[in-house]
Design a protein around this ligand. Sequence first.
Ligand code: MOS
Length: 762
Amino acid sequence: MANAAAPAPQANMGEPAVRRDARVKVTGEAHYPSDIPVGNPAYAYLVMSTIARGRIERLDLDAAFAVPGVLDILTEENTSELKTVAFTGGGGGASTSIQQLGPEIAHAGQIIAVVIADTFEAASEAAQKVEVTYAAESPSATFGSPRLTEDDAAKVSKIHTRLPNVGDAEAALGEAEMTVDVEYATPTQHHNSIELFTTTCSWVDDRLTIYEPSQFVYGLKSSVAQRLAAEAEKVEVVSPFVGGAFGSKATMTPRTALIALAAKRLNRPVKLVATRSQGFTVSTYRAETRHHVRLGARRDGKLVGYAHEGWEISSRPDAYVVAGVEESARLYAFGAVETNVNVVHADRSTPGFMRSPPMVPYMYALETAMDELAVKLAMDPIELRRINDTMIEPIEGKPFSSRSLMKCYDRAAEGFGWIRRNPQPGSMRQGEWLIGWGCATALYPTHIGPAAVRVRLLPAGDVTVQTAAHEIGTGAYTVIGQMAAERLGVPLGSVTVEIGDSRLPPAPVAGGSNTTASTCSAVMKACDGIRRKLSHAAVTANEGALAGRDPTQLTFRNGQIVAPDGAAELVEETFRRLGTSVIEEYAEFIPHGAPPEAVKDLYAGKVTLVGGPEGEKMMFAMGAELVEVRVHKLTREIRVPRIVGAFAAGHLMNTRTARSQLMGGMIWGIGSALHEATEIDPRNARYVNDNLADYIIPVNADAPSVEVILVPEEDHDVNPAGVKGLGELGNVGTAAAISNAVYHATGIRVRKLPIRIEDLLA
Ligand code: MOS
C-alpha cells in the first residue's frame, strides 16, 4: 500500500518492500557487534591524552594496577610489536597515521594507554588513576591559530593529484559583467552515530575474530592483520549490523589492533566500548573548511568563470583531502574554471569521510555563491541554474550519462509552490515571522566498485545471497534480496541475505553511496549464471514445455521458467531433470573502468571505486532542494517548517529505503545549517562539546515537514543495475538552501555554518 513512507513506484523504480531487518531491529533482536556474546570477556577502557601537543614524560601505573580486577595495561612500552599501517586517505587502510601510544602526542584525545580489567567498572576506575606527566607545548587548534602549516593538496594527496582547471578564469572573472567574490566557512562536525565505537577481539590459537561495526570488513581485516604482522587469512571481521557510521567506521582506527593485542596477551576475549566523548577522537570527523569562491557571469546570467579555493584542517602528519571541487566544477556550464585546495595542518586528529564528504562543504559554498549571484542579477535562483544547465561538463567536455537536474527543480518547485515567491528579501511575512524561501542543488558522484557474491538456489525456490556488504542503516539486506528475488523469480521472503562478515565473498567499502550499485550488479551477474544453467537444462531436454526453445528468451517468474508465449516449467522440475539439489553460482563483478585485478585487490582489502567525474561519461545523481525558513522578527529564532527535495538517481531498487535515505539526508542538512559544530578551545586544542547534550542535532520538532519527490530517471551507462546510489545525495545542498532562505527572509547574508541566532542580530 502506498503511503508517504512507501511511495508508489514510478518508471524504473522498485517496490517499497519493508526492510528485512526491521523486526529484529525494533525488537532488539539484532545483534550489533558488541552484542555478540563471547565467553568470559575482559573489559578495556581507553586512556587518552589531555594535551594536544608535546610528550609524555612519565606514566605512573601503580595506582591503576592497585584497582582490584585490573589485569593488564597497554602502553607504548609493551605495544611496540604493532606495525604502523600507512594512511592513504581513502579506500580502506588506516584512519590516521597517529597509531603509537606515545611518547609523542599529536592531538588531544590520542590513545595513550588501554586498561584491561575483569569488569568495565574496574577498567574505568583504573583508567582515571593512570598518572601522566606531560611536557606540553602550545598547540595549533584551528584556522587563525599560530604555527599552522599549509600544503597544496594536489602535491601531497595520493588521490587528488590534479584538480579541475580550464581556460583563463582570472581573465574571465576580470571581464565579467557581474561577479561575486566571497568567503565561506564550515565547522568541524562529528558523526555521532548512536552505536558507539566498539571492538571485541577473541583468539582461538592463532586465529583472531574481531567483532566491530565496520563499513569495510575486508579492509579492516587486512589492515589489522598488517598491524599485527599476522596472516590476513587468520583474521575474521564480524559486523552484521552497524548502528550508524556515516564514514566514521570505514577505515581502521588505532583501537582495533590494541584490543586484539590485549586479548592475545591475556588469552581471553577483550571487549571495548569507547565512551561517547572518547568517540570524538577514536575515529575521524568532518574537516573544518574555508572557501574563497568567485563567480563571473554575463548580465543574462550565463556563467563565464568559476574560481574556488578551499582550505581544510587536517592533522600534522596526514593529508586527508576533501576536495569537493572535483565534482562541483562539473556542475554547471561555468566557462573558465580554476580550483585549488590547501591542506592546513594543525595539532588535531586526522579527519576523514563524513556523509557526502566532498560535496557537503564545497556545495554549500558554491550554491550559496550562486544565490548571491542570482541576487546581484535580480534573477530567480532556479532560473540562474536553468540558464547554466548543461549535458556537457565544462572541464574536459565530457557528456553526462544522464542528468535530470532541471526536471528535479521543476518537480520540487511545483510541489513547493515556488511560483508564489516574492524575490524581495524580507517581503514575505506572517505575523511576527519573516519567511524566506531558498533553493540549492544536490549533487553526488555515482561511485561503483568491484564486488563478489555467491548465490545459492534450492529447488523449492529458497535463495541465499552471500557477500560481505554492510548494513549501515540504509537497507542493504533488503535491496540485495530484492535483486536476487527479481532475477530468480521468487518472493523476497524466500531470499536469505548474509552480509557483514569477512568470511563471505568481498564487497566494497560501504562508502561513497556505492553499495547498491556494486553489490546489486554482482548479484545480477550471479543470478544470471544460475538462470543460464537452468534455461539450458530446460531447453535441451527431450521433454517438457520448454524443450527446444531459445534460452535467451526465457524469464523467471513465480518459481517458473517462462517462455514469451506463456509456456512454462516449474524450476523444481528443471532441477529434477538436472539431477542436482542445489545450484550455486559465484560471480565477480568488475565495473567498467576498474582495473582487471580489482576483485583480487578487494580480497586484499583494497577497494577502487570508479565513476563520478572520472570516466568517459560524467556520472552523477542530482536533486533540487527547496526550503522555507521562518525567522522571528524579534528573537531571531530560526525554524525550518518545510523542505521539498526532488531527486533523480537512476534505477531505484526500493522507493521506501530511497525516500528514507533522502529524507534523513535533508534532516541532517538542517543540522549542518543550523545546529552542528564541534567547538574547539583555541588555547588547548580540545573539544568542548564532545557529548550529545552540547553537540546539537536536529530532532523531530526541528523537521516538521520533509517531503521527498522521486524523479524517474533511466541510465544504462552507470552500471548493469542502472543504479546511481543515493545514500549521501540528500544532505548535499540543504545547508545552502537554508542559508539562502535565511537571506531571503532577513536580507542578512551569513557566510558561515551553522547559522545561529546571534548571526541575525542586527
Ligand atoms: Mo560515506 S562518508 O562515504 O561512509
